[in-house]
Design a protein around this ligand. Structure first.
Ligand code: PLP
Length: 368
């Protein structure tokens, strides 16, 4: 969709990357690191200052202790963190529980490991799941559940009660929780992010994946990290070493600075995105979309039934070609046929001027 948007000169509300600058302090730290000749391979599992900074941040934010020497692996974004973790723990024939709709990578990641995804539906409008359906998805072959909260594409933030029910199943079936917490600091309306690893009995069976991409608006830097108990970290580090050796060394130095930012930075981030979310919701609702109000992350999932399009894909083509706005067809977040064919996702991690252009363009949509 990004490629199509570029070809057609459309406003890109498809792929989730900001079109505004990264924080100046991070850019300075990165340029300084290059000027200081931090240009060679960092330690494969991550530069010491960054691992120390990650450990200090989790202690400050969640009261959770991670040993930088044995429990933290720096990798090339959450993308590598997720596949390295899955490759480290999955054997062919294992099953992995995935909530659907899901961030596109988890399905292919699971299949690349020769494992089988088992899908559990999150149902609009609040994207809740049926506890019985979740239980039925767990079998003796279940090795892990992948959990993304705050969630892309729905904006759902899993509640403590939901997390506890997932944790109970992980313990009953001896399964791991592999969590993608990349939107942990983008929360609205008082929503609270709880790492499942912080729940009783979950620390030793959780793998927490995160990255700088969204929190610090640097999706192109490709710096992420994986937190896991020492035995799991040992396996993850081996896979990581052979996949990528390591993330860019000077950007890891800047990462150490980023993770040291104070609480005010994260509060401002959520508040700022909250205003953009409201702007986007007003735009979409005025244009005739039914919106599912996100509690976190920076996307709005919408229902396009009112427009009478043949499919989500046909509607997105119309949006790009005729209206001049790119979005993501809902079906790309579903594996099961028919899933998401009345849904389209818009991202709002954009400058106000971009959001204003999109508002004018989307106002031209014809309703059925
Ligand atoms: N996980 C989720 C849920 C995402 O939405 C994205 C990017 O959109 C990623 C992972 C990719 O993360 P990274 O840039 O750290 O590889």
């Amino acid at each position: 969709m990004t490629r199509l948007a570029m070809r057609q000169g459309a406003t890109n509300l498809a792929q989730g990357f900001p079109d505004f600058p990264a924080p100046a302090v991070l850019k300075q730290a990165a340029t300084q690191a290059i000027a200081d000749d931090i240009n060679q391979y960092a330690i494969t599992w991550g530069a010491k200052p960054l691992r120390d900074s990650v450990a200090a941040k989790y202690l400050r934010t969640y009261g959770m202790e991670f040993d930088p020497e044995r429990e933290i692996t720096v990798c090339c974004g959450a993308t590598e963190g997720m596949i390295a973790s899955l490759m480290a723990v999955l054997d062919p024939g294992d099953e992995v529980v995935l909530f659907e709709p899901f961030y596109e990578n988890y399905g292919p990641d699971t299949q690349l490991c020769g494992a089988e995804p088992r899908y559990v539906r999150l149902r609009e409008p609040d994207w809740s799941f049926d506890p019985d359906e979740l239980r039925r998805a767990f079998t003796p072959r279940t090795k892990a559940i992948v959990l993304n909260s705050p969630n892309n594409p729905t904006g759902k933030v899993f509640t403590r009660a939901e997390l506890e029910s997932i944790a109970a199943l992980c313990q009953e079936f001896d399964a791991l929780a592999i969590t993608d917490e990349i939107y942990e600091h983008i929360l609205y309306d008082g929503a609270v992010h709880i790492p499942i690893a912080s729940l009783d009995g979950m620390r030793e069976r959780s793998i927490l994946v995160n990255s700088m991409s969204k929190t610090y608006s640097v999706t192109g830097w490709r710096v992420g990290w994986v937190l896991a108990p020492p035995d799991l970290t040992d396996s993850i580090r081996k896979v990581h070493d052979f996949l990528t050796v390591g993330a860019a060394a000077p950007l890891q130095q800047a990462g150490a600075v980023a993770l040291g930012l104070d609480e005010g930075y994260y509060q401002a981030l959520s508040a700022e995105y909250g205003r953009r979310r409201d702007h986007m919701l007003t735009t979409l609702e005025s244009a005739g979309f039914r919106c599912f109000r996100p509690a976190g992350a920076y996307y709005v999932m919408t229902d396009i039934s009112a427009f009478g399009a043949a499919s989500d894909l046909a509607f997105v083509r119309y949006l790009i070609d005729t209206i001049g706005v790119a979005a993501v067809p809902g079906s790309s977040f579903y594996a099961q046929p028919g899933g998401g064919d009345r849904q389209v996702r818009f991202c709002f991690c954009k400058k106000y001027e971009t959001l204003e252009i999109a508002r004018h363009q989307l106002a031209k949509i014809q309703r059925a």
